[in-house]
Ligand binder design. Structure first.
Ligand code: FAD
Length: 577
């Protein structure tokens, strides 16, 4: 059983040196931390509250060629050996940027999204143009959403009209577009006038500096620039077309697959910084002659926040491996990806809420990081599809995952310097229900000696039994309010499986693993109660819900040992003023 202290998994700026990466990658990650630290916390929070656009950050990443190094796939890197699309280091950068604030993370994230349709395109001219724009220090933007249509991308109102010379004129506007104020590479989704069905869709390349591209406004009251932009007779030539027809639609979904993945690491970085600040404050605050951390409910809050954060990190790190080892024969990442998105980001919300409750007024002070974290963390689950959209997606995998496992070659830890070229040829976004998984029971079985894992396994087995004996019937399947509740229960099983796989790989200590599964047991019970109270639940499902309730195994000494890990973080890190 494991002994690795869990806090070693968390980013710590003073000792950050990820030996798993090559020298240049390490240098750039370290340089990013150093840039934020030398610029200091006062400026970080002042710029946040003053809503100052982060041009200094964009200048820094341009000077260091960070976006072009990390975000140019090998095929478009013109032989530059440092450039590749390496999900492990993209994740590491997302975690660091999240640590210093989601505004910075966002400028990076929407660049990832904006590049997605370009790197997936067969249009070599457009790819070369994007590579050059990145090399020159530019950022990218992803122009998918529109003001009136939200998640319903079939209803795009940005229309391309043939110009009679083989090209088009684009008219219409886009809304909620990060970097839309300054990106030289803007991937825009639209439809061709007069064409019906899937053939009408198109992704094309635009440039925010073109005179027919108008930045209307920033739609959010924030440091981030989330643009409304309008195209007025914007000329689109053959060279600007990235995809047409069904390929354009798949490019949108496959880009979101790639981009969605950074949300979890943004949330992990943000939660880690919030934890350092909260524990340092609470442990040094004396009330009635004793530290606030002497209150049992405060300790419980910290241990829960820590356990949730470690689980987020374990799941997401393991998901990187499945991403990087994905192929047409192994598309398991398509399940783990929406789980990173809807589960890890909502866990970040829970961590920050727990910490915010503990520190109380401190979480509102103008000098602190916590006010930023509390505000921004709520955005993470809303980007790249909402929680509901991702849960609906997760539900498609449930039968194959629970009842039809198959063998796969082992997936090793993937921190090697490979180029993840498959992500740009994921193919049609269909057939999700046919994707098979390795056996979850085998993973859980290897940890049967950890009492809380064994107890959670009982709940997982009970859920499988429910889905075998009393799954939602045809009528209930139309009730998203109900099926999403099933989806949340199912998600916990998937989440726990990858947490265990990564706990095995890292040799995580059993005390923390027990605390993590203590949280999962309570969450499962809470979701079962929610299912019990749903308007649409059937009697058999309500009976099942009550029978599936469990409490974690009580181990007071293990709790104290986990608490001692958390309290050791008091004073461990404070950002340079
Ligand atoms: C800060 C910020 C930055 C953003 N940046 C970008 C960007 O750079 N580029 C870009 O293209 N977009 C961007 N977006 C838009 C984002 O992708 C959308 O928020 C998202 O697509 C959902 O659209 P909506 O928020 O309008 O919600 P709506 O689509 O209006 O959804 C309303 C409700 O209906 C539910 N719902 C909708 N469809 C389904 C479904 N199929 N199943 C179940 N429930 C459903 C949702 O869960 C939600 O609760 C950004 C959004 C924010 C908040």
């Amino acid at each position: 059983m494991g002994t690795r202290q869990a806090s070693e998994l968390l980013v710590h700026p003073h000792r950050y040196d990820p030996e798993r990466f090559d020298a240049e990658t390490r240098r750039l990650l370290r340089a990013t931390i150093d840039w934020f630290e030398s610029r200091g916390k006062r400026k970080l929070v002042a710029d946040y509250h003053a809503k100052t656009f982060y041009q200094d950050f964009l200048d820094f990443v341009a000077d260091e060629a960070i976006f072009s190094t990390f975000l140019t796939p090998a095929r478009d890197a013109a032989g530059n050996p440092g450039r590749r699309w390496d999900t492990a280091r993209v994740a590491a950068m997302s975690e660091i940027l999240g640590f210093y604030g989601l505004s910075y993370w966002y400028a990076w994230q929407v660049t990832v999204l904006g590049l997605g349709p370009v790197w997936q395109s067969d249009n070599a001219t457009a790819r070369a143009r994007a590579a050059q724009a990145l090399e020159a220090g530019g950022v990218a933007a992803f122009g998918l959403s529109e003001k009136e249509h939200g998640a319903d991308i079939y209803s795009s109102d940005l229309v391309l009209t043939p110009d009679g010379k083989g090209g088009y004129r684009a008219n219409g506007s886009k809304y909620y577009i990060g970097n839309g104020n300054c990106a030289r590479t803007v991937s825009v989704f639209g439809r061709i006038d007069g064409v019906e069905g899937p053939d009408q869709y198109v992704f094309f390349y635009a440039d925010s500096e073109h005179p027919n591209y108008h930045v209307v406004k920033n739609v959010v009251p924030s440091q981030m620039y989330v643009a409304e932009f309008r195209l007025d007779d914007y000329p689109v030539s053959e060279e600007d077309i990235l995809q047409t027809g069904e390929a354009a639609f798949s490019a949108a979904l496959n880009t979101v697959n790639i981009g969605k993945f950074n949300l979890c690491f943004g949330g992990i970085g943000l939660s880690t910084h919030a934890l350092y600040e909260a524990i340092t404050h609470a442990h040094n605050r004396i009330l009635y002659g004793a530290p606030v951390t002497n209150f049992p409910h405060v300790r419980t809050g910290f241990v829960d926040a820590y356990a949730r954060l470690i689980a987020m990190k374990l799941f997401s790190d393991r998901a990187v491996d499945y991403f990087r080892s994905a192929s047409p024969e192994d598309r398991r990442y398509l399940l783990y990806n929406p789980v990173t998105k809807m589960k890890v980001t909502t866990e970040a919300e829970k961590v920050v809420a727990l910490l915010g409750d503990i520190v109380a007024a401190k979480g509102f002070e103008v000098e602190g990081y916590l006010p930023l974290a509390k505000t921004d963390v709520t955005g993470l689950p809303k980007l790249e599809g909402t929680v509901a959209v991702n849960l609906a997606l997760i539900g498609k995998f449930m039968p194959a995952y629970l009842f039809d496992p198959r063998e796969y070659p082992p997936v090793p830890t993937r921190t090697d310097a490979a180029d993840d070229e498959f992500l740009f040829r994921q193919g049609p976004a269909r057939g999700l229900g046919k994707i098979r998984f390795h056996d979850w029971r085998a993973t859980y079985g290897r940890f049967a000696k950890v009492p809380n894992v064994a107890r959670f396994t009982e709940q997982a087995e009970a859920f499988a039994e429910l889905m075998r004996t009393a799954p939602p019937d045809a009528d209930q399947q139309g009730d998203l309010d109900l099926t999403l509740a099933f989806g949340e229960l199912f998600t916990l099983i998937v989440y726990g499986q990858l947490v265990l796989e990564q706990a095995e790989i890292t040799g995580l200590d059993d005390d923390v693993l027990g605390a993590v599964f203590g949280v999962l047991i309570r969450d499962f019970s809470g979701l079962a109660v929610a299912l019990h109270g749903k308007r649409g639940s059937a009697d058999a499902q309500r009976t099942w819900a009550v029978s599936a309730l469990r409490a974690p195994v009580v181990d007071v000494e293990a709790f104290e040992r986990v608490w001692s890990q958390v309290v050791a973080l008091s004073g461990a890190y404070a950002m340079k003023p």
